[in-house]
Write a protein that binds this ligand. Structure first.
Ligand code: PMV
Length: 346
């Protein structure tokens, strides 16, 4: 082969789930389908330098922001071990990986989705160098498949702007193995949407998502929750097509609170919201009541709040965020983001 050595660089964005993935089976198979907005500004940028070597095996060095980062190595090692079955050629190379995020480190923003997606597209670039006739459709689908093996939600960060992961009868082409672009024409209302991420608590995550997913095994409400996610995804499909913004607001907020309700009712149980998380939620509700602007919140497995609203309301909502919500963030920090379009080669 001609691919003896070289370097690729890709950026991959984070994504925010509207219908949440929480619970998995075996090899990163989701217990329920999920849907997310791909983000634009919150990204991981990763270079993969590859060099053919004589002995076979997984080998790599890893730099984070230009410095060796030991605590990231086990995750990357595990990623390579999981994908080698599907990408046997990786054993012919030594990799030098150099990665950085556009968002503050340990901001409590999950970097696993953007990080694993950025790594997966780099590996696919190498595969494409070995197999130049590969189609874009194959590239994207396998990149999402590989990203999933690194971190489930990462499979929703390859493309955009709306991605579904997990088999759902009413979303054609949906799969448990990779994310697919939402296959219907979305109402213009949902084509440009903002997500302002309020950094309420930048501390280390109290519950890793691996532990969290596992708590859904033997969870008393698991089966009902998985059923509900299917129903909510069908509902959200209609909402996105029809442009039903009020339906969007209540479904998205209910999904976020349900995710946290699952954590509060597992054994062991967790409260991941902070007092300021609740204060922010109340302020959002009061603002919505007063202004009738369809601004809503969603949450990940942590205390930070994602504030979602149509871009046409941006000036007005940003004033509210700066004046009222920023005070409830650590060091008044927040990140202004919006819907984006997926991984890009640099
Ligand atoms: O990709 P993981 O295993 O880190 O799980 C992410 C789970 C949530 O962010 C809480 C929800 C989701 O669908 O992204």
């Amino acid at each position: 082969s001609t691919a003896l050595q070289g370097t690729f660089t890709w950026s991959a964005p984070s994504n925010i789930a509207l219908v949440k993935y929480w619970g998995k089976i075996g090899d990163q198979i989701p217990a329920n389908p999920s849907l997310s907005f791909t983000l634009s500004e919150c990204k991981t940028i990763t270079s993969l330098d590859y060099r053919v070597k004589s002995e076979k095996g997984i080998s790599f060095d890893l730099l984070f922001e230009g410095k060796p980062k030991e605590d990231f190595k086990p995750k990357v090692q595990k990623f390579f071990e999981r994908i080698v079955k599907y990408c046997p050629y990786i054993e012919d190379y030594h990799f030098a990986i150099d990665t950085k995020n556009t968002f503050p480190h340990s901001s409590g923003i999950a970097s696993s989705a953007s990080g694993m997606a950025a790594l997966a597209v780099n590996v696919m670039s190498l595969e494409k160098a070995l197999n130049p006739t590969m189609t874009t459709a194959y590239f994207d689908q396998k990149a999402s498949f590989l990203a999933r093996l690194g971190s489930g939600s990462a499979c929703r960060s390859i493309s955009g702007s709306i991605v579904v992961w997990g088999e759902q009868a009413e979303v054609s082409g949906s799969s448990n193995l990779y994310g697919v672009d939402f296959p219907y024409e979305v109402h213009p209302k949902f084509k440009s949407f903002c997500d302002v991420i309020l950094l309420v608590d930048k501390g280390e995550k109290k519950v890793s998502s691996t532990v969290g997913h596992n708590l859904m095994n033997n969870h008393p409400y698991a089966e009902k929750r998985f059923e509900q996610a299917h129903v909510n995804l069908s509902e959200l499909k209609k909402i996105l097509i029809e442009g039903n913004i009020n339906g969007f607001v209540s479904l998205v907020e209910s999904e976020a609170l349900t995710l946290h309700a699952m954590m509060m009712t597992s054994m062991p149980y967790f409260i991941l919201m902070k007092p300021n998380t609740l204060q922010i939620i109340e302020k959002i509700w009061a603002f919505r009541e007063k202004t009738a602007i369809p601004v809503c919140f969603t949450l990940d497995a942590g205390a930070n709040v994602h504030v979602l609203f149509p871009k046409e309301d941006k000036d007005f909502v940003m004033t509210f965020i700066r004046q009222e919500l920023a005070l409830l963030c650590q060091n008044q920090q927040f990140i202004v983001d919006e819907i984006g379009f997926g991984a890009e080669q640099i």
